[in-house]
Design a protein around this ligand. Structure first.
Ligand code: BGC
Length: 788
C-alpha cells in the first residue's frame, strides 16, 4: 500500500470492535448510485455491513419503506490451510485501513496470526467507480508471511440481506457490548432470490427482486486470479459455488512464504429502476463486467480517479494552517460527492446518504436547505437532479395533500421512492409518538425556496419551465387551501411543527408562516414572470394542473393576510403563539464534546412546556432570509434563542456558526464550526455508526463558504464579506455562478478573486459592500478593509 497523503487520508489503525460501526460509516465507498459501508470483507461479530442503491426502497415486513440493504458484493472468506482468517478467530498482529479521499478507494492491510502462530497478510482495496456508476471493484491479495500454505479465497455476491427494523425497549443505561450491538433488533426482509448461477463466460450472477416494490436488482461478478509475478504461488483449483441466496468463486492456491496470491473482482450492478434503461438488468450488469474485465483493473482505477479529480477541482475547500479542519472538510465533501448522482433525476439524498440505515434512507428538508447549496455552487447538474426528484415525486405529494384534505401537492416530511409519506409514527423502540409526519409541513415551502435559489444561481430557466414552476404552483396551491382564517381575519396555521421538533401541535409557527407567505408571493411572481417570458409554456402548465389567474390572485391576497409573528420591543420574535409563556429551563451541563445535555429528567419528548429548543427555528428563518431582518434584530434573536437551544439535531450547529459570524460573534462561530465539522470525524453525537450526518457535512461547507467566506447570492451578483477565523492561514474554494466559476482565495492580509470564464468575460461581485469587476483569468486582489 502506498503511503497515504495525510491530508487526504482517513486512517484506521488497529481493530477496535467498539469503533467498527464508526469506521464502517466513515469509510463508505460510493458514487451516488451505490454506497457500500466500510465493513471488513470477511465480516465479524457486531458488523453492520451494507450496500445501498439510490432509489431502491421496499416496505415488505417493515412499517414504512426502507432503503434496501442490497446484496453484498464484498462477501469474502479467506482460509489458510483450512483456518479461517477473520478478526474473531485469529489474532490481529497489524491492521490498517486508509480511505483515500482523493480517489475514493479504501485500502486495507491486516496481518493475522492463526492459532498455530503463522502470520498471513490480507490486503484489499475497493472502490465504486465514479466513471461508470454500474461498476464496483475489489482487489484481494493474501500473502503467507512466514510459511507455505494452501490459500483459499472464496468471494461472491451474497443476497442474504436484512434491514434493521425495530429495537426492543431496554432499560435506560443498558449498554450492549459492540459484538452484540445489533443482535436484538428485529430485521426485515426485502429481497427474494430470482435467479443465480454462472454464465458460459465465467461471470457469476445473482438476481434479486424487492418483495413489495418489485425492483429487479442484478449483480454480475467476474473473479479473475492474477498470475504470480515470480512463480511463488500458483492456482490449483477454481470452483464456482451456488447456494440458495449466494454465488461465489472459490479459488485455491499453493503459495510459498512471502509469495502473494491475488484476485480481482469486477462487479456490475443494474436494476429495473435505472432511469432510461429499465430492461434486462442482468444483461446490462454482465455487459458492464465483461467490458471492464477486458480493460483491466488499472483502467478502472484510472478512469474513476480522473472523474474524482474533476469533482475535487470544483468542490474542494482548502484550509491552510489547521490540519484537522482541513481533513474534516475534505471528509465531508468526499461524502457529499458519493451521496448524489447527477444522472438520476428520480433520487435525492437521504438523511444518512448511502452510508447507513439511519432514518431508513428517507429524504428530508435536509436535501433542499442544507445539502442543495453545496451542489448548487459546486456541482450544479447534481443540484438540478435533486430538485428534479421533487418533480418526479409530485404525484406522491399530491396524494399526501389529498389524504389530508388539502389541494395541490404537499411534500412528505419523509420521502422515498414515490413521494408518499414515509415518516414512521413511533420511535424505533415503540415508546414515543412522532408528530413530524402530520405536522412538519414547512418542507413544501423549503422545496420552493430551493427552486428559487437554484434558478437565481444557475439562471436555468429551462428547469423552471420543465419542472420548477409546476413544483412551485402545486405547493402554493396546497398552502392556499391549508391556511385557516382566524377571528381577526388573518390567516394562520394550527397544528404544525417548525424545525424545532420539541414542540408539536403549535399555532402560527413564525418560521412556517413566513416561509409560506413568501412561497405564495413567489408562486404569484413566477406566474407573472412566465406570463411575460414563456406564455405558451405557462398556458400548458396551467392547463395540465387546472390553474387559473384568479387562483393565483388568491395567493397574493393570502400572502398579505398571513399573521405576522409577535415581536417584542427588544426585537425578539416569538417562535409560535404562546412560546413566551412557556417555562424557562436553563441549560446547565455540557458533554465532553461541548454539546449541551438535556436537563435531568428531560428528553426529546417531554420538553413541550419549556422554552428549550431542539434546533433553531426563528434563527433558521433569519438564516434563509437574511435580507428581511436587520443585523441588529438577527443579533438579538441569536442571543435569545442560542441560550435555549440544545442542538439535538446535527443541522443546528452549522446554522449557529453562520449566523454567529453574521452578527459578529466569531468566537462562538468557531465553536459551532467544530461541532458541525467534527460530528462524524469525532463521532461527537455517538451515532455515526448508523450513517453519516450528511446534512452536517453540507452545513460545514456552508460555514466555510457562507460563513468564513461571507458569500451570499444577491439578486444579480455574488457578494463576499469574508471573516477568516484566526486559526486558519488561508481558505480557498470556488463556486459556480451562472455558468462561470469564481475562485476565492482568502488570507488575513489579502483576498484574491479570480473569474474562470470565456476570455474577456466580466462579472461584477460585491466585496465588503463595494462592487468589484472581475475579468476572466485576471486575479483581483482586495485588501481587507481596503475596498472602501
Ligand atoms: C431533525 C430534522 C432532520 C432529520 C433528518 C431530525 O433529528 O430534527 O430537522 O430533518 O433529523 O436529518
Amino acid at each position: 500500500m502506498s503511503a497515504p497523503d495525510p491530508g487526504w487520508a482517513l486512517v484506521e489503525r488497529g481493530f477496535d470492535p467498539a469503533a467498527a460501526g464508526y469506521h464502517e460509516t466513515v469509510m463508505t465507498v460510493g458514487n451516488g448510485r451505490v454506497g457500500t459501508r466500510g465493513a471488513l470483507e470477511e465480516g465479524h461479530l457486531g458488523a453492520l455491513s451494507g450496500t445501498y442503491l439510490a432509489g431502491v426502497y421496499d416496505a415488505h415486513d417493515s412499517p414504512v419503506v426502507d432503503l434496501v440493504n442490497a446484496p453484498d458484493w464484498l462477501d469474502t472468506l479467506v482460509r489458510v490451510d483450512g483456518m479461517r482468517l477473520d478478526v474473531d478467530s485469529s489474532e490481529i498482529v497489524e491492521h490498517e485501513r486508509v480511505l483515500d479521499l482523493r480517489t475514493g478507494v479504501l485500502h486495507r492491510s491486516t496481518v493475522f496470526a492463526d492459532p498455530a502462530g503463522r502470520r498471513t497478510r490480507l490486503r484489499t482495496s475497493r472502490t465504486a467507480s465514479m466513471a461508470d456508476r454500474d461498476l464496483c471493484l475489489l482487489q484481494i491479495e493474501v500473502t503467507p508471511l512466514d510459511h507455505d500454505a494452501e490459500i483459499v479465497i472464496e468471494t461472491g455476491v451474497d443476497g442474504r440481506r436484512r434491514n434493521l427494523d425495530r429495537l426492543p425497549h431496554y432499560p435506560d443505561g443498558l449498554d450492549l457490548p459492540p459484538a452484540r450491538r445489533w443482535d436484538k433488533w428485529a430485521r426485515s426482509t426485502h429481497l427474494a432470490i430470482v435467479d443465480r448461477g454462472f454464465s458460459g463466460d465465467g461471470t457469476a450472477h445473482l438476481v434479486t427482486g424487492t418483495i413489495d416494490s418489485g425492483v429487479r436488482i442484478a449483480y454480475s461478478a467476474a473473479v479473475v486470479p492474477e498470475p504470480s509475478a515470480d512463480g511463488g504461488s500458483r492456482l490449483t483449483d477454481h470452483e464456482q459455488l451456488t447456494d440458495h441466496e449466494r454465488v461465489a468463486d472459490r479459488l485455491v492456491f499453493r503459495a510459498g512464504a512471502g509469495a502473494p496470491v491475488s484476485v480481482h473482482k469486477f462487479v456490475g450492478i443494474a436494476t429495473s429502476r435505472d432511469p432510461g434503461q429499465r430492461d434486462a438488468p442482468l444483461a446490462r450488469a454482465t455487459a458492464t463486467v465483461v467490458r471492464h474485465r477486458g480493460a483491466g483493473v488499472d483502467a478502472v482505477r484510472r478512469t474513476s480517479a480522473a472523474v474524482w479529480a474533476r469533482l475535487w477541482l470544483d468542490s474542494e475547500v482548502r484550509v491552510q494552517g489547521h490540519d484537522k479542519d482541513a481533513l474534516a472538510l475534505r471528509l465531508g465533501v468526499y461524502h457529499l460527492l458519493i451521496a448524489a448522482n447527477p444522472d438520476d433525476p428520480t433520487v435525492s439524498v437521504g438523511a444518512k446518504s448511502l452510508s447507513g440505515e439511519g432514518y431508513r434512507g428517507h429524504v428530508f428538508w435536509d436535501s433542499e436547505i442544507l445539502l442543495l447549496p453545496f451542489y448548487l455552487y459546486t456541482q450544479p447538474r447534481t443540484a438540478r437532479s435533486l430538485l428534479a426528484y421533487r418533480h418526479h415525486t409530485l404525484p406522491g405529494a399530491r396524494v399526501v395533500s389529498a389524504e389530508n384534505g388539502t389541494r395541490g401537492a404537499r411534500f412528505a416530511w419523509e420521502s422515498a421512492d414515490t413521494g408518499r409519506e414515509e415518516c414512521p409514527r413511533w420511535t424505533p423502540d415503540g415508546t414515543s409518538r412522532f408528530w413530524t409526519r402530520e405536522e412538519e409541513l414547512h418542507v413544501s415551502a423549503d422545496v420552493a425556496h430551493a427552486v428559487d435559489q437554484y434558478v437565481a444561481v444557475t439562471a436555468d430557466e429551462q428547469f423552471l419551465l420543465a419542472a420548477g414552476a409546476e413544483i412551485v404552483f402545486e405547493t402554493s396551491r396546497f398552502w392556499a387551501s391549508r391556511l385557516e382564517e382566524g377571528a381577526d381575519g388573518r390567516l394562520g396555521l394550527t397544528n404544525v411543527m417548525g424545525p424545532d421538533e420539541f414542540h408539536s401541535h403549535v399555532t402560527d409557527n413564525a418560521f412556517t408562516n413566513r416561509m409560506v407567505a413568501r412561497h405564495l408571493e413567489q408562486g404569484a411572481a413566477l406566474h407573472r414572470r412566465l406570463g411575460a417570458t414563456a406564455p405558451q409554456r405557462l398556458a400548458e402548465i396551467a392547463d395540465e394542473i387546472g390553474l387559473s389567474g384568479a387562483e393565483v390572485d388568491g395567493w397574493v391576497a393570502a400572502a398579505a393576510r398571513v399573521r405576522p409573528p409577535v415581536q417584542l420591543s427588544s426585537g425578539v420574535i416569538e417562535q409560535f403563539d404562546g412560546y413566551f409563556g412557556l417555562r424557562e429551563l436553563p441549560i446547565e451541563s455540557w458533554d465532553d464534546n461541548d454539546m449541551p445535555r438535556y436537563p435531568a429528567g428531560y428528553h426529546h419528548f417531554n420538553l413541550e412546556d419549556t422554552t428549550l429548543l431542539k434546533q433553531p427555528d426563528v434563527l433558521m428563518l433569519m438564516y434563509l432570509l437574511p435580507r428581511e431582518y436587520p443585523v441588529e434584530v438577527q443579533r438579538t434573536n441569536f442571543r435569545f434563542y442560542e441560550e435555549r437551544t440544545l442542538h439535538k439535531s446535527s443541522l443546528s450547529p452549522a446554522i449557529h456558526a453562520v449566523l454567529g459570524l453574521r452578527v459578529g460573534d466569531a468566537e462562538s462561530a468557531v465553536r459551532y464550526f467544530e461541532r458541525s465539522a467534527y460530528v462524524d470525524l469525532d463521532d461527537n453525537q455517538g451515532n455515526t455508526a448508523e450513517g453519516m450526518h450528511i446534512a452536517a457535512a453540507a452545513g460545514t461547507w456552508q460555514i466555510a463558504v457562507h460563513g468564513f467566506g461571507g458569500m451570499r447570492a444577491l439578486s444579480d451578483r455574488l457578494s463576499f464579506d469574508p471573516r477568516l477565523p484566526a486559526r486558519c492561514e488561508r481558505l480557498q474554494f470556488s463556486v459556480y455562478w451562472r455558468g462561470d466559476i469564481v475562485e476565492v482565495d482568502l488570507g488575513h492580509a489579502e483576498w484574491i478573486f479570480t473569474l474562470r470564464a470565456a476570455p474577456s468575460t466580466k462579472v461584477e461581485i460585491v466585496v465588503d459592500g463595494v462592487p468589484v469587476v472581475l475579468v476572466a483569468d485576471d486575479p483581483c486582489t482586495v485588501t481587507p478593509g481596503g475596498v472602501r
